[in-house]
Write a protein that binds this ligand. Structure first.
Ligand SMILES: Cc1cc2nc3c(=O)[nH]c(=O)nc-3n(C[C@H](O)[C@H](O)[C@H](O)COP(=O)(O)OP(=O)(O)OC[C@H]3O[C@@H](n4cnc5c(N)ncnc54)[C@H](O)[C@@H]3O)c2cc1C
Length: 485
């Protein structure tokens, strides 16, 4: 069961089917833009992916695994994706979609050195201060760095018929955005940005330019209403550092995640290509990890479990730690607009940017790409953008509600608190406690977190009984095998 497409698309006007013709433009060659481009190739003869960064920096590297002594900043260095130097976990649903859209991609990542593991067996997961037991979940973790994943995805996308990826090409405005009209292209500035912008015409423009997308400003300037926006302010700080990996580290396990709950601090370490660890420390509500060596180690030492501190004590650092500050999750409700502008679809972080602690962003961007594919199969007419936003709403709801209900349990986090959110948050906390005792709950909880099953899976009567009445079902309760009690 998947959580991707939960709402039927209900077109209001006749639909004009298309066979591959015309031109689509994608703003941004991040994960969201590249996946959108892939589905657009099924409908458009030509697809142009524009990015203002110099993508050649990464594309030219023959083998990222050969880069031994680089810091996360150097490894992921490109202005447009500053988050690339931090741990990027790909949820299993995201892995499935990437493999569906690009068969063989996972094998290529593995060939490039990315380890894989069963989510809870090869990886350690601490929830509420205790380790969840090594239960088989049927989930695969692909432990690639974000730059490697993006490089392989970009290479695959650029090789598709009709696709061109244009680096150092900044989009500086939309064409034809006046209310009642349709967006018919973008204004671009190539190279160093000197000279007048030129126009690139397109039948469809997809904005995947990330959290700092300027589309809302451009639409507002053209006279469009601004869609309502949800925000959850978490004031999260990250610090990440690479380390040389040896097989004996973590007793051979490939990852460890220490969730922030019940405190404000957490962290993660994952074995990535090139025999390296990427170690990310995180703190909510201003409890930000320092980037200097001593401060970084001391922060790790204060986590609820010692695994990360022990790992970085034993491993040799490669380069310095780099910071990232994430103030708030932001969701733009284009579905609430009576007439979203035609010819324009907003996707990825530009549409919905999630607290990175829950590692949902790339997977939700992949789910959104599938929704776009479904909508395009009904053609460009019938108000494609409106159909897309209505269909993608439930996909965004799942991830947003999980993250927001967890974040909003901290009184100092600001955002809209609802009764449903409180009930969800409190049930999820019970399920987490139950996961320490009950392998069936642990398995389903993990599958929900990986977006392979909907949250409702945790409410199935047999499972709900185990969550709500610990030990009541078949005497399966057992103590947590690891971690402080
Ligand atoms: C610190 C951090 C950690 C994260 N960890 C995870 C994780 O563990 N797992 C996970 O799934 N997700 C994670 N995410 C989220 C993930 O990075 C994004 O959700 C995902 O990359 C999809 O983003 P996107 O493609 O929409 O935008 P981005 O990846 O931000 O890409 C936007 C692209 O648009 C380009 N661009 C911007 N403006 C213009 C313009 N005007 N003209 C041309 N190009 C432009 C930029 O150069 C960039 O290449 C994390 C995010 C952060 C901040």
């Amino acid at each position: 069961m998947t959580s991707d497409r939960q709402a039927p698309t209900t077109p209001t006007t006749p639909i004009i089917p298309i066979t591959r013709s015309g031109h689509a433009v994608v703003l941004g060659a991040g994960v969201g833009g590249l996946l959108a481009a892939r589905v657009l190739t099924e409908h458009f003869e030509r697809v142009s992916v524009l990015d203002r960064d110099n993508l050649a920096d990464l594309a030219d590297l023959a083998d990222l695994a050969e880069l031994a002594d680089v810091s996360p900043a150097e490894l992921g260095a490109r202005r447009g994706v500053p988050q690339a130097g931090h741990l990027h976990a790909l949820m299993d649903r995201g892995r499935q979609i990437l493999e569906d859209l690009h068969p063989g991609l996972v094998a290529e990542l593995v060939d490039a050195g990315a380890p894989t593991s069963e989510a809870l067996v090869g990886g350690r997961w601490y929830l509420q201060g205790r380790r969840v037991g090594p239960v088989p979940t049927g989930l695969t973790s692909v432990l690639a760095s974000r730059p490697l994943l993006e490089r392989e995805l970009r290479r695959r996308t650029a090789a598709l018929p009709g696709v061109r990826v244009l680096a150092r090409t900044a989009v500086v405005g939309l064409v034809g955005a006046a209310p009642g009209g349709a967006v018919t292209g973008v204004r671009i500035r190539a190279g160093d940005g000197d000279g007048a912008p030129t126009v690139l015409a397109a039948e469809l423009v997809v904005d995947a330019s990330g959290r700092n997308s300027r589309t809302l400003d451009w639409l507002a300037a053209a006279g469009h209403p601004t869609p309502p926006t949800s925000r959850v302010t978490v004031d999260l700080g990250y610090a990440s550092r690479l380390y040389r990996r040896r097989p004996e580290h973590l007793d051979g396990d490939l990852s460890v995640i220490i969730a922030t709950t019940p405190g404000l601090r957490g962290g993660g370490a994952a074995a990535v290509e090139g025999d390296r660890w990427i170690v990310t420390l995180a703190g909510l509500l201003g409890e930000h990890p320092p980037t200097d060596h001593d401060g970084f180690c001391a922060f790790a030492r204060r986590l609820v479990a010692p695994d990360i501190a022990d790992l970085i004590h034993a491993a040799t650092p490669l380069g310095d730690a780099v910071p990232y500050r994430f103030r708030e999750s932001v969701r733009r409700h284009f579905e609430a607009l009576r007439r979203p502008p035609d010819g324009l679809v907003v996707i990825g972080d530009a549409l919905c940017s999630f607290n990175p602690l829950y590692a949902q962003g790339m997977t939700v961007a992949a789910q959104q790409a599938l929704v776009l594919r479904d909508c395009l199969r009904s053609g460009l007419g019938g108000g494609l953008p409106g159909r897309f936003y209505r269909a993608v709403g439930p996909v965004n709801d799942v991830a947003w509600d999980m993250a927001a209900s967890s974040d909003l349990r901290y009184p100092a986090v600001t955002g809209r608190r609802t009764l449903r959110g409180r009930v969800t948050g409190s049930y999820a906390a019970r399920a987490q406690r139950s996961a320490h005792r009950d392998p069936a709950v642990a398995r389903t909880l993990m599958r929900v977190v990986h977006l392979t099953e909907p949250p409702a899976a945790l409410l199935r009567p047999a499972l709900a009984a185990r969550v709500l009445v610990p030990g009541a079902v078949g005497g399966r309760a057992r103590p947590a095998p690891h971690g402080p009690s």
